[in-house]
Write a protein that binds this ligand. Sequence first.
Ligand code: AMP
Ligand code: MN
Ligand code: MN
Length: 327
Amino acid sequence: MSDPVPNASIEQLGEIFRNHDSFVIMSHVRPDGDAIGSQIGLGFALMAAGKKVRLINEDGLPENLAFLPGSEKIETPPAEPLDVEVAIALDTATKPRLGDNVLHAASKAKVLLNIDHHISNPSYGDLNLIDSHSPATGQIIYNIITALGLPLPAESRDAIYVAVSTDTGSFQYPSTTAATYEMAADLIRRGLDVGTINSKTYDDHPYRRVELMRALLNTLQLSPDGKVASWELKDSTRLELDLRPEDSEGLIDIIRAIRGVRVAAFFEELPDGKIRVSMRSKDKSVDVCKIAMQFGGGGHSLAAGIRMAGPIGEARAKVLAAVEQAI
Ligand code: AMP
Ligand code: MN
Ligand code: MN
């Protein structure tokens, strides 16, 4: 193991923001609420400070986050590299998870900032701010904005709240701290409408998501000792139900919540034949990030993911064997 790279200070990031005019802000493929919310949060703060900012994501804006004010600024990467001075990766555990087209679009930037909360992040930026104790990248963005006295427009306020809410299971996971609730309180004082934003985040799903739940339930398996629950999604089901990648977001919490279950795992066959694995642990002594890293994935100790070779049956068997081993 090489020595850990020291983090940049918020003041050093502030210097980069002050000394440059043009920025591209990026996040991981198949973006979630924390990825998109952090992009909008930092992006609109820098724009309000007079900077030129582009927000790009390999897969664009998921439909379930289109209610966020400012989300129309999220673009898929342009074919030609952007003329920008600074590139900023948010919520992205490894550089390749930004996506090939995003990396090409950002290739002219002179500086790469890497701001994230994944413990597995190898600090691939020129300047890095990795805080694995932060429950969401959105909370790091909030700390940066407030510490530097940057503007916090309504777009940033709402997006940061959704980033943190979605990555903490609505402020419930053990990563949630007093600072997280203090941040939420401050955002509410700044005018955030709690009822409306939670309703748009959690009570507005397309019907096909419930049909997906039915399909997943038909593949549900519980290990004989009751400690491991898993289910899977075949690509044929995606086609049949006309699913979008974000439709499965959060469904793993249903099997994670089964009494006695310590690890929940979700296996999804992707259109390119690769298998996406999502894992959740309910037990501090079972670190799913370590299990994911055995297969080239990563994440956090209680929530981690993998992209691995198929076929899906083999991937499921291999990963579940590693989970049993860890338990
Ligand atoms: P997910 O199950 O997709 O919600 O991901 C759980 C956590 O693991 C998130 O913080 C992801 O960013 C991270 N993660 C998911 N897939 C990967 C991967 N292939 N490599 C590294 N980190 C991942
Ligand atoms: Mn994320
Ligand atoms: Mn995150």
